[in-house]
Ligand binder design. Sequence first.
Ligand SMILES: CC(C)(COP(=O)(O)OP(=O)(O)OC[C@H]1O[C@@H](n2cnc3c(N)ncnc32)[C@H](O)[C@@H]1OP(=O)(O)O)[C@@H](O)C(=O)NCCC(=O)NCCS
Length: 258
Amino acid sequence: MLKLKGSHHPVISYRPIRPSDLEVLERIHCDLFPIRYETEFFHNVVHGRDIVSWGAVDRNRPNGHSDELIGFLTARIVMAKDSEVEDLLRFDSSKSDQTLVYILTLGVVDSYRNFGIASSLIREAIKYAANISNCRAVYLHVISYNNPAIHLYKKMSFQCVRRLHAFYFINGQHYDSYLFIYYVNGGRSPCSPLELVMLLVTYAKSGFKLAASRLWRNEDRKISKWAKCKESGSLLPTMQNKRILIADSGAGGGCQFV
Ligand SMILES: CC(C)(COP(=O)(O)OP(=O)(O)OC[C@H]1O[C@@H](n2cnc3c(N)ncnc32)[C@H](O)[C@@H]1OP(=O)(O)O)[C@@H](O)C(=O)NCCC(=O)NCCS
């Protein structure tokens, strides 16, 4: 059971962010982030203009605050071909309509941290992305010193794919960022050099097995002329099964690395 410092038992529920959240949303962003967001951004969030969002509220929060935001996630759908992660996708240029969900902001007010609220909000965003058939990934940037957030994304199985030098400029100082990505709908990255080598080895192995099986089949044909006389029909199904097994293991090996 969730426990808040010396108070009630929270009952967390999730809902879309709406116009009545404007003031609180702006205040929490101001409290949680070193970056100032423009008023227009908050208006776009609460009116759902080009931005999708999820809010968390504590239904058991006293003093009329039971519908007040205590956490949020905002995101935007972007075209994969226009994004900075295009090269990290298994991109089919004939399908230029592929999209991504880019997480813009994520936050939970201090007293509600470590209850799994951010994890739930991220899961919502992933579910949302996975339900868009042409969406290939969810991705985001995180400032390099934000250990709680980095821990969270790793825990949620996001992959850290890049470190971007001096990505942020805050109060006159540059900070690096990490780029995290979570693939959906088969949008996995193209092969790394190591994966390519392993793929080649797998193909070489399956090619060798195929050649061996052909040789073996030729040998068997010679034998079967003799065997047919004794056990007619029993050899052919056995050989077919063997071929299916070889094909399966070849395909399975391929899938692992592609
Ligand atoms: C990052 C943040 C959204 C996490 O919210 P949350 O609701 O507390 O997250 P969850 O409860 O779902 O999960 C938190 C995970 O981070 C871990 N964590 C929390 N504080 C941590 C810390 N200081 N160092 C390392 N890990 C930490 C928790 O232990 C938990 O992991 P676990 O389940 O393995 O224990 C919240 O700390 C926050 O709002 N921070 C300020 C805004 C921010 O940095 N947003 C992210 C911008 S990219």
